[in-house]
Design a protein around this ligand. Structure first.
Ligand code: AHR
Length: 359
C-alpha cells in the first residue's frame, strides 16, 4: 500500500514545471520541466509496474505514517472550464512551492463521479492525512465519505457542496456562496432590462451544487424583485463552452424574443456569445449576457462590449485548502463553511479590472 502512495506522489510532484498559481505570473524556478502530470498521477497507482513503485520507494524519504509532511489527496472533477483549470493550477502550483512541507496526490476524475469516488478510495488506502475534493454532484457520497470518516481521514469539500444527509461526514467546505452569486446576476439582468423582458438560462452540470444554487438564487431574486421578467427557457450546458454554444443555438432557433442570457459560468456565456454572433445578432447589445466566475475571457468579452457582467467565484483556494488541512491534521476544529469573498463586475468595470485577473 505504501509503495503505491510513493509512486503516485512522486509522479505528481515531478509534473509541475509549467504551472502558475493565482498569485504568480511565472513558474517556480526550481520546478521540474515535465508537462503537467494529472493523468499520470491519477493512473500511476493502477498502472505503474511493481519495479517502478519499488524504486520510487527507495528514492523517496520516509513517508506515510512516518511522514512529517502534510499529505493531501485532491480528487479534481476534470477540466470542464477555464475556471476549473485555474483552480487546478493554483493547487498544483502551491504544492510545488511547498514541497518541503506538502505532498500533494492529485487525481483528475475526468468529469465522472465514479472516478472521484475511486480516487478517494485510493487516498484512503494510501493513508493520506486529508482528502480534498470538489464534488461533481451533490448526491451519492454517503458510502465513500463514511469510509473516510471510519479511516480517521478528514475531508475538505472544495468549491462545491454535498446534500444535507452527508453534513456530518466532512470537516469543512471552502467555497463561494452560489445562491448569492445567482441573486447578484439577477440584479444585473433586472437592472439592464429595466425590469421587463425574456431571459434564457444556461445551467451548469445537472445535480451540481453550483448549478442548483445559482439557479435558486437567480430565479428567486427575479421572481421577488422583477416580476415582469420571465425565464422562457432553462437548460444545462454542463459548464462547458461547447455545450453553452450548442444550447444557445437551439434557444435562438425556438425564440426570436430573447432579451438576456444568464449562464451559470463564463465559459457557457462565451459559447452563447459565439452562437448569438453566428445568428447575426450583437451579444451585449441585442441580448444582455451575464455569467459567473470572473475568468479573463469574460473580462475580454466585456471590454469588447459583447458581455455585460460576471459574478466572481474565487478558484484561488490553494492556500486556504492547505492551511485548513494542516489544522485538521493537527486535530484543530475549523468552521464548517469557509466562504469566499467574491466581487461583482459589470462592463464598465472590465477594462480597469482585466490586468488583475489571474485565471
Ligand atoms: O464549482 C464551481 C464551478 O465549477 C464554476 O463556476 C465552473 O466554471 C466550474 O466548472
Amino acid at each position: 500500500m505504501r509503495k503505491k502512495f510513493l509512486a503516485v506522489s512522486l509522479a505528481t510532484v515531478m509534473g509541475l514545471g509549467l504551472l502558475t498559481g493565482c498569485g504568480s505570473e511565472s513558474a517556480p524556478a526550481e520546478s521540474a520541466s515535465e508537462p503537467a502530470a494529472t493523468e499520470e498521477a491519477a493512473s500511476a497507482k493502477e498502472e505503474a509496474p511493481a519495479e517502478e513503485e519499488a524504486s520510487a520507494e527507495e528514492e523517496a524519504p520516509a513517508a506515510s505514517s512516518a511522514n512529517d509532511k502534510l499529505v493531501v489527496g485532491f480528487a479534481q472533477i476534470g477540466q470542464e472550464s477555464g475556471w476549473r483549470d485555474g483552480e487546478t493550477n493554483d493547487v498544483q502550483w502551491y504544492a510545488a512551492q511547498h514541497t518541503d512541507t506538502i505532498d500533494l496526490v492529485f487525481a483528475d476524475a475526468q468529469q465522472k463521479q465514479e472516478n472521484q469516488i475511486k480516487a478517494i478510495r485510493n487516498f484512503i488506502d494510501m493513508g493520506v492525512d486529508v482528502i480534498a475534493f470538489p464534488p461533481v454532484v451533490e448526491t451519492g457520497w454517503e458510502a465513500v465519505l463514511t469510509e473516510a470518516q471510519e479511516a480517521g481521514i478528514p475531508v475538505i469539500l472544495v468549491d462545491r457542496g454535498v446534500d444535507e444527509s452527508c453534513a456530518d461526514l466532512y470537516a469543512t467546505q471552502i467555497s463561494s456562496d452560489f445562491i448569492w452569486e445567482g441573486a447578484q446576476a439577477a440584479d444585473i439582468v433586472g437592472d439592464l432590462l429595466e425590469g421587463k423582458g425574456n431571459v434564457v438560462e444556461l445551467e451548469g452540470t445537472v445535480g451540481a451544487s453550483a448549478a442548483n444554487e445559482r439557479k435558486e438564487g437567480f430565479d428567486n431574486e427575479l421572481a421577488d424583485k422583477y416580476p415582469d421578467i420571465q425565464i422562457i427557457e432553462s437548460q444545462t450546458g454542463d459548464f462547458t463552452r461547447a455545450l453553452g454554444k450548442e444550447v444557445m443555438e437551439s434557444f435562438l432557433k425556438s425564440h426570436n424574443d430573447i432579451d438576456a442570457v444568464f449562464a451559470h459560468n463564463d465559459d457557457m456565456a462565451l459559447g452563447a456569445i459565439e452562437a448569438i454572433k453566428e445568428a447575426g445578432k450583437k451579444p451585449g447589445e441585442d441580448i444582455v449576457i451575464v455569467g459567473c466566475d470572473g475568468v479573463k475571457g469574460a473580462f475580454e468579452a466585456m471590454v469588447a462590449g459583447e458581455m455585460n457582467g460576471t459574478v466572481e467565484c474565487n478558484p484561488c483556494l490553494a492556500e486556504q485548502i492547505f492551511d485548513t488541512a494542516a489544522k485538521l491534521k493537527a486535530g484543530e476544529t475549523v468552521d464548517k463553511w469557509i466562504v469566499s469573498n467574491d466581487g461583482v463586475f459589470r462592463q464598465e468595470d472590465a477594462e480597469a479590472e482585466l490586468p488583475n485577473r489571474t485565471y
